[in-house]
Each structure stands twice: as C-alpha cells, then as structure tokens.
Design a protein around this ligand. Structure first.
Ligand SMILES: [Mg+2]
Ligand SMILES: [Zn+2]
Length: 195
C-alpha cells in the first residue's frame, strides 16, 4: 500500500523539537462535501482518528492543526462558531489521550489572496515564527488534498524541509508517504518504532 519512503519521520526527529502540522477536514473529521462543518453537532471524527491522535501525541512534540475555513469569509459561519467548535474538538481529543497544541485557521475568501490560505504556507510559518524553538526544517505536514501537499512543499522551500503525508486511497507521487487515513499513518509509525 505504501510508500516509497519508509516512515522516515518515525525516529529521525527524536530529540528535536519539531512540529506535526495536521489538516482538519478529511483527516481529523469527516468532510461535508460542498459545505462547511459549522458547529459541533455537524462535527464527526473520522473513524480511528481519536486513537490515532493519542498515538501521534506520543511521537510529535508539537501538533498544530492548519485549516482553511473560508465559510467564515462567506459569512456561512462566525468566528465565534469556529472558536467554539475548535474548543470542543480540542477537549474531545484530550479526553481520548491526544493533544492539539494549537490551531491555525484561515478564515479568508480564496479571492482575498491572503498569505495563509493553503496551499500558501502562511499558517505554518505563522506558528513557526511565533515559536522559534521549533525546528521548522523537521516539519511534517499531513493532509488529504493536493493543496495540503503543495503547502508542505512550499513550507519546505522556506524552512529547508517538510515531510509530506497524503491521506487518501490513491498513492500521491508528490507526497513522501500515502496512507488511507490518520489511523493507518499512526499505525505505520508504531510499526516503525517497534523495528
Ligand atoms: Mg482536508
Ligand atoms: Zn488567510
């Protein structure tokens, strides 16, 4: 099923203060096709994602969600809605033994041409700029769209490195690894650590 590259990230970063950047929709929670997850009642964790996040928390020194939320720019949801939703998500992840250290979101319209909407790397660079103790070149970016992988590449061009992980059924040649879901990615790391 996988990869081209071994789950290199598994041990390579031991002892380094690096950051795992995670896309939200389609990775942590189920996407609503053609719509937006506007409230906690519309939010459903992808099966296995909570356990995966707990496993990832033992591996990654920092876990930061990076998510485009254009629904705010379109006035389909408010900033308060998103902040409340993210508080509930973070709490549920913590209750399951996981950890989300920060959430960076882009509320802007695509047409606004902001620096933070993926595939632009602004959300990641904003976090890294605010946390100079984190080694940007050792970043890992996980996402389920071309845009996420492109963001990882653009981030790498700035920081000097970013390991990209595509979530999806079809192998993404542009990514360093592809896994069907976050649970499979976490399982591959666990397997690599046992070797
Ligand atoms: Mg996504
Ligand atoms: Zn933005």
């Amino acid at each position: 099923m996988l990869p081209t590259t071994a789950p290199a990230a598994a041990d390579a970063h031991a002892g380094t203060n690096w950051c795992l950047f995670l896309d939200r929709d389609g990775v942590i929670n189920t996407r609503i096709m053609g719509g937006y997850v506007r409230s906690w009642s519309e939010f459903t964790f992808v099966p296995g994602a909570l356990d995966a996040l707990a496993a990832l928390a033992t591996w990654a020194p920092r876990i930061v969600v990076v998510t485009n939320q254009q629904g705010i720019g379109k006035a389909l949801m408010s900033l308060d809605d998103l902040v409340a939703l993210h508080a509930q998500m973070t709490e549920a992840v913590a209750a399951a033994g996981g950890r989300i250290d920060a959430i960076e979101f882009c509320p802007h319209l695509d047409a606004a041409g902001c620096v933070c909407r993926k595939p632009r790397p602004g959300m990641a660079t904003r976090y890294l700029d605010a946390h100079p103790e984190v080694v940007g070149a050792a970043s890992v970016m996980v996402g389920d769209t071309d845009s996420d992988i492109e963001m990882g590449h653009r981030l790498a061009a700035i920081t000097g490195g970013c390991h990209t992980v595509r979530i999806g059924e079809k192998v993404d040649q542009r990514a360093d690894e592809t896994h069907p879901d976050l649970a499979a990615f976490a399982a591959s790391l666990e397997a690599a650590r046992r070797r």
